[in-house]
Design a protein around this ligand. Structure first.
Ligand code: PLP
Length: 456
């Protein structure tokens, strides 16, 4: 046990981290040995670590700090609400002004038809609420057999007990007895590696056919819902062709299963419009959001529901009974006040428009990296993108995992003052804040080029 009285920044701080703080999605023993990198402050797109190193954040924290760091108006909104009323429960018929305003604002900006909002603590809890309430919906509307869930290989839907099984990444299943028997997957659209080829029509047709085949195999009368990310994030930033989302939505309608758009990463301007669904005029039955909702300044997510789903549950609940889903911090007023100010900055503060303006610098920078002999694919939409590294561009063969390339690239990037995400299979993910300037993109790609040159 290390005493906090002995704490002086750095060595003792790092020792405390190793001794006591369990990190999310980490190799626990590996972390004890390697220790943490302590970040101390941020402004705009830039971070400063405990050693005083300036770093350009090309990943918006964890694809969440869409407005960038250091917005005083958000800090003031939180402080004002904390002073006025730091907490109000939504139980027993109570409510708070920021929660009400936020729900109304989300309905206003969300795709049409999503009229009901349940405010959570983050994305995993929003997905978990979606799963539980979909089960409730079918039980309430007299179709209790519809309990099978379909999601996509390489998808990520958080790490709750229900959502981690919709997630189709092995690390989230290993040792957790997942997926559950009612959780099923279809192939990722993955244009770069789709056996049907990269052509948009072929990719879309392959996904629609896969969904139909899976629903037929399970029996439509047994299938509850299809969950998808409009662009798969944690699975390696897999960007399906334009038209894919709409086609999958239409297929769900025909197959009589609920279509759930998980916009936890893609929401709030990350791909250009406020939501990725907007680009294709898609209205999902349910939509999950988080991350950019508060830009990471406070924890919050949301589940948005159509009238059909809401009314199915509401009308199926026996008179006087409750829908038993909720938490102490549901609709937290401080997080709601933060979200309202963050959304104001996207709209009136011009941050959404800036993200749309600068996206071409991001796209052209990524495309230019294709000249590198080991960059097999460059893909992006808006300010969400990736480079896929291969040992052979013709065969698209991945690098030998024994080379430990992702860790070496992330470390070299850090030494060069750049933060990005290096995925296990040689994919580098980028999600710069929407406040980036063209010269920050120049700095980003100059640092990235140096990093690739050093490691590859
Ligand atoms: N859904 C998607 C698409 C995500 O990318 C994430 C997190 O990265 C989640 C859900 C889970 O959100 P959270 O980490 O806020 O629980």
């Amino acid at each position: 046990m290390i005493s906090t009285a002995e704490l002086s920044l750095n060595e003792s701080m790092l020792a405390l981290d190793r001794a006591h703080l369990v990190h999310p999605v980490a190799n626990w023993r590996g972390h004890e040995q390697r220790g943490a990198t302590v970040l101390q402050s941020g402004r705009g797109a830039w971070l400063r670590d405990a050693e005083g190193r300036e770093l350009l954040d090309a990943f918006a924290g964890l694809w969440c700090v869409n407005i960038g760091y250091g917005h005083d108006s958000v800090v003031e909104a939180a402080a004002r609400q904390m002073r006025k009323l730091p907490y109000a429960t939504g139980y027993f018929g109570f409510s708070s002004e920021p929660a009400i305003e936020l729900a109304a604002k989300l309905v206003e900006i969300a795709p049409a038809g999503l009229d009901h909002v349940y405010l959570t603590l983050g994305g995993s809890e929003a997905v978990d609420a979606a799963v539980r309430l979909i089960v409730q919906y079918y039980n309430s509307t007299g179709r209790p057999r519809k309990k099978q869930f379909i999601s996509i290989e390489r998808g990520y839907h958080g790490s709750s007990s229900t959502g981690a099984g919709l997630t189709a990444l092995p690390a989230f299943h290993r040792g957790f007895d997942l997926p559950r028997p009612e959780q099923h997957y279809i192939a990722s659209p993955y244009p770069y590696r789709n056996p049907a080829g990269r052509d948009a029509k072929a990719v879309i047709a392959s996904s629609v056919a896969a969904l139909r085949a899976k629903v037929n195999e399970l029996g439509a009368e047994n299938v509850a819902a299809y969950f998808c990310e409009p662009i798969q994030g944690s699975g390696g930033v897999i960007v399906p062709p334009v038209g894919w989302l709409k086609a999958m939505r239409e297929a769900c309608r025909e197959l009589d299963i609920l279509f759930v758009a998980d916009e936890v990463i893609t929401g709030f301007g990350r791909t250009g419009p406020m939501f990725a669904c907007d680009a294709e005029g898609v209205s999902p039955d349910l939509m999950t959001v988080a991350k950019g909702l508060t830009s990471g300044y406070a924890p919050m997510g949301a589940l948005l529901m159509s009238e059909r789903v809401y009314a199915g549950i509401a009308d199926g609940t026996p008179s006087g009974a409750v829908v038993g889903h909720g938490a102490t911090y549901s609709a937290h007023p401080v997080s709601a006040a933060v979200a309202l100010e963050v959304i104001r900055l996207y709209e009136e503060g011009g941050i959404l428009a800036n993200g749309q303006r600068v996206a071409r610098h991001f796209e052209s920078g990524l495309q230019a990296m294709l000249r590198h002999p080991l960059v097999g694919d460059a893909r992006s939409r808006g300010l969400l993108g990736a480079l896929e590294l291969v040992s052979d561009k013709v065969t698209k063969e991945r690098f030998d995992p024994a080379l430990d390339l992702p860790d070496r690239l992330a470390a070299a990037g850090y030494r060069n003052g750049l933060i990005f995400r290096a995925f296990g299979d040689g994919i580098l993910g980028f999600a710069p804040a929407l406040c980036y300037t063209p010269s920050e993109f120049e700095a980003m790609f100059e640092r990235l080029q140096r990093t690739l040159d050093e490691v590859l």
